[in-house]
Design a protein around this ligand. Sequence first.
Ligand SMILES: Cc1cc2nc3c(=O)[nH]c(=O)nc-3n(C[C@H](O)[C@H](O)[C@H](O)COP(=O)(O)O)c2cc1C
Length: 184
Amino acid sequence: MTAIENAHDVTSAMRGLRQARQYRQDPVPDDVLAELLEVARWTGSSRNTQPWHFVVVRDREQLRRLSELRPPIGWVADAPLGIAIVLNGGSTASEAYDEGRVTERLLLAAHLLGLGGGIAWYGDSDQQAEAKRILGIPAERTARSVVVLGYPTTTRDPRPNPVAGGRRPLTEIVSYDRFDAPTP
Ligand SMILES: Cc1cc2nc3c(=O)[nH]c(=O)nc-3n(C[C@H](O)[C@H](O)[C@H](O)COP(=O)(O)O)c2cc1C
């Protein structure tokens, strides 16, 4: 396998990736959506079970209803597109891992294609049940989150309780050979 030509541009774009929760009104073009769904389809999963189904949500009323599940996802109402992740409802740990993998691939691919996006988490089990009712998802499936996408206007966090950005330094989060080894 050869390194891709602009690999450092790609890793730099990956490092710079932030959640974007506010978007222009422009729709996400169909060809861009199709590419994102292919990226999602090719995501690896535990034992290649591919335990997912994706509900593409473009209907404004549907997005508004999801946004009302809880205040920290109120910003979903003004987004042009959501891709709701539905899992088979099997092994909780591996499906949760797979959900994280496919979510991050969608967000990264979207960023590389000039879009921005964010994760909207429905909330507790009652709120998840309500999200399933809104989207017509069978009750026995798992549905926890929707990946929300659009052309971003800002990465400012508009939530009632915004979270600080930035990241902990490598010296705090990496060790070599042993967890308790001193940083070289
Ligand atoms: C499991 C999970 C649930 C999340 N739920 C929400 C959410 O409900 N609403 C929201 O605005 N962001 C949500 N986020 C996004 C986080 O707030 C975001 O990853 C974090 O603040 C870092 O953002 P940044 O990359 O812009 O710095 C969620 C992220 C994860 C991993």
